[in-house]
Design a binder for this molecule. Structure first.
Ligand SMILES: Cc1cc2nc3c(=O)[nH]c(=O)nc-3n(C[C@H](O)[C@H](O)[C@H](O)COP(=O)(O)OP(=O)(O)OC[C@H]3O[C@@H](n4cnc5c(N)ncnc54)[C@H](O)[C@@H]3O)c2cc1C
Ligand code: FES
Length: 250
């Protein structure tokens, strides 16, 4: 769909906060789903960016400037148009239950957890980790949408010094959770999945792979998963990006 940019602001140096108005006919996105966004005529491949938030048909994307695609998106102005496919992929399980859900986000894996926190209607707990306070995003908004929030950073400049999995392990030992939803770098996901398994709590992880078509046709994004006793491949764009952590071959 061709959409109009409503706003595009700097969130901090090197990160942007882009809002568009989706078509009235577009499906309501689930947390963990992504949009595949065309980034100008010079780039053949679209770039996948997670839905960070959605309210009344306004979709929000928070992204770091990495290369030509994300720099193109960062330069869009209100009133410009973008060519977007989405919402795509399989999202997180986000139903408020008797027990809270624990959200665990690392770095630029944090944005999709904002939509998860919104869909969980204030019941979620969150652990958010960044390399340093200067690289943090969405901390105040997540704190206001969650019942409990803990922060950590590699250098101790935000919250406790250390990694998200250590904080998640502590919360999992103190509180009974319905499930853990995690998004961030792969080593973090693996460690969080281990903490959830040790606590006997189901865990879903959002995997990141480079993508081409984004709709299941090219196999560029294949990842290894277990299906029963067998190992096989799944497409992150279509079968994921969210997977049951127990099926992922780390
Ligand atoms: C499902 C999904 C959701 C995503 N959501 C977000 C988001 O909400 N916010 C955000 O900032 N980023 C997100 N990303 C990552 C984002 O797609 C890439 O940063 C972007 O495609 C880079 O494009 P570029 O042209 O700016 O840089 P490129 O020149 O294409 O790449 C710059 C650098 O980033 C690395 N890179 C590119 N794509 C990926 C990838 N998919 N995984 C790991 N490394 C990569 C490249 O190897 C290179 O080192 C998501 C990726 C996926 C697969
Ligand atoms: S990107 Fe083409 S199949 Fe996933």
């Amino acid at each position: 769909m061709i959409v109009t940019v409503l706003s595009n602001e700097s969130l901090r140096p090197g990160a942007s906060d882009l809002r568009i108005r989706a078509d009235a006919s577009a499906r309501r996105p689930r947390a963990g789903q992504f949009a595949h966004i065309a980034c100008g005529d010079a780039l053949l491949l679209r770039r996948p960016i997670s839905l960070c938030d959605e309210e009344a048909g306004v979709w929000r994307f928070v992204f770091e400037h990495k290369g030509p695609g994300t720099r193109y998106l960062a330069a869009r102005k209100p009133g410009d148009t973008l060519d977007i496919l989405g919402p795509l992929g399989r999202g997180f399980t986000c139903e408020p239950e008797d027990l809270p859900t624990l959200l665990v986000g690392g770095g630029i894996g944090v944005p999709p957890l904002l939509l998860a926190a919104r869909r969980l209607a204030g019941t979620a707990h969150a652990v958010l980790g960044f390399r340093a306070a200067s690289l943090a995003v969405l901390t105040d908004e997540l704190a206001s949408l969650c019942a409990r929030t803990a922060f950590c950073s590699d250098d101790g400049s935000l919250g406790t010094r250390g990694f998200t999995d250590a904080v998640a392990r502590r919360l999992l030992s103190e509180t009974a959770y319905a499930r853990v939803l995690a998004c961030g770098p792969r080593p973090m996901l693996r460690a969080v999945a281990g903490a959830a398994r040790a606590a006997g709590v189901p865990c879903e992880v959002s995997l990141e792979e480079r993508m081409a078509c984004g709709v299941g046709a090219c196999l560029a994004c294949a990842c290894r998963v277990r299906a029963g006793a067998e190992e096989t491949f799944r497409r992150v764009c279509l079968d994921g990006p969210v997977f049951d952590a127990e099926t992922v071959v780390w």
